[in-house]
Design a protein. Sequence first.
Length: 578
Amino acid sequence: MTFLSHPWFRSFSFRSVSGSLLVSTGLAILLLLTGCGGGGGGGGDAGGGTTTVLVPDTDALITPGNLVRHSMVGGMPNVFALPTPGGVATFGVTIVHTASSPTYATVEITSPPTGVTAARAQPAALTAPAAPMGAPGPEMLANRPFELSGSPRLPPGQLAIDQQLRARLRGASLPRPAGRLGNLVRAEAGQPPVYPDHRNEQLNDTITLWIYARSTLGTEYVQRRATLRRIGARCKIFVDPEDFQGLSAVTGPYAISEADLDQMVNDFDTVGWPLITGGYGQPWDIDQDGKISIFFSPLVAKNGFAGFFDTKHYEQVNADGTVNDKGNNRDLIAIWSPGLSSEWVGEKWLSAARETCIHEFQHLVSYSLRAAQNNWPAFLADDKLEEVWLDECMAVAAEARFRILRGDPAGEDRFNSYAAGDPAASSLTGFAWNLAAYGHLGLFGLYLWEQGGDEAIRSILQASTRGKATIDAVFASRGGLLGLYPDFGMAVLTEGLRSQGKLSAASHAALPARYRFARPLGLTLRAEALSGGTTKPAIAPLGTSYHFVTLPAGFAQSSYSLTMTGPAGITVSVIRLP
């Protein structure tokens, strides 16, 4: 679905080492093969030679868990001679497009029929490889497509609305208007504004809120009544008492139950609040009650949204400099009520709703921290906020962390929208507003947390830089984003092989921590076998193509070669699997 950009903009956010690493960066050995022929084969170009890059240090791959990383020399065959003593070895291969070019890169990969040795010198002495721990049989590693698992995690309208409303951030920050601001209790010249105090709200109070409603009504905002049904230690739960287009959150088959409300409060207070405030940062608390207001409404459901955090409720002015008279002056998240369809009821709705709360709470905190750096509560344009890809990366990963803390499985179907689809076509930083992009970013955010812990995530949220510059600084010891991202790709590959029974749990656990996820994610990864022939993956900028090499029964050669040809700016990682 395509949405037009609006002529005016405002900020909006939605959910919808152990082991060896050897890096070659152009220090590869250049071999001039003159094509002399012989041995019964056509020996090359009769008119001259073909220059081939023999990737160094591949002897290290004799040891399980070791990885060799190579920056390809563009336009020339790059040969990986893989050690296979005794004819037994399994390798994982990732190919990452790290160039700054905005276009796809095509890499031609050729692997010879088994039984052909690579042109490589064996080291003087080889250490015997460790005994394989549950090494998979070759028949388990056949390349095949995998179906998506699970059911959709988002209603149909969420992705389009995420894109439409984030687009309205794009514009310049404007000065505050002169004179009194209508949405403030008090604003005096030279003095900070004073906002309403909501600390004295009581159960069953009914208030009026402005809620974004463009998809359904063709207008920006409508007013909805909201009844305060629960007051937790760190949240207030409001429920819309009125139906919308025949859907009600308080009566009939789709009413939110008392048990649902109790569960929502408990999960937010005991899991969500400490997760976000401890691991990410503090919310603004604009209304001084120390709580997040969560509003459940059939209006949100009928619009096709799972939920959203609207920064308009923090802003004094609109992007065009006019007074913002649609702000609620509270730390507010709007969430759908059950019944968008018969599918979205019961535990499935409750699970999606509470995880959406955590996703949007992360966005709220991200905005609060950015606004605090920019003389808030002035209007903030897109270039003052976190880049979309990294903000969504943090928010989707927060959902996974929430599930982990609740004791639920960490994985979800958006992860497999990425892994089981066409992962090479998904760009990490070129957010595409589709389920695969959310899955890609969520996996990367989870990996960042597993590798760097809470301190790294807090540093990302509280940085004054944006996007890649922030990752470069926080993970400088890992080579920044371009050094870390290939490690992430290897972790996705090994988790995919583990999830599909191609790598035993013990073998997976034996890998260096940087090349694996710490928890099962159930990835049905679409990884291509390299077992003879030629393939040509097309890879998006900061995208990854996943592959593996396994040797058939009876293979007895001491090495096996892969030849790759493509442009510069391609990083290839090869790991010897246990």
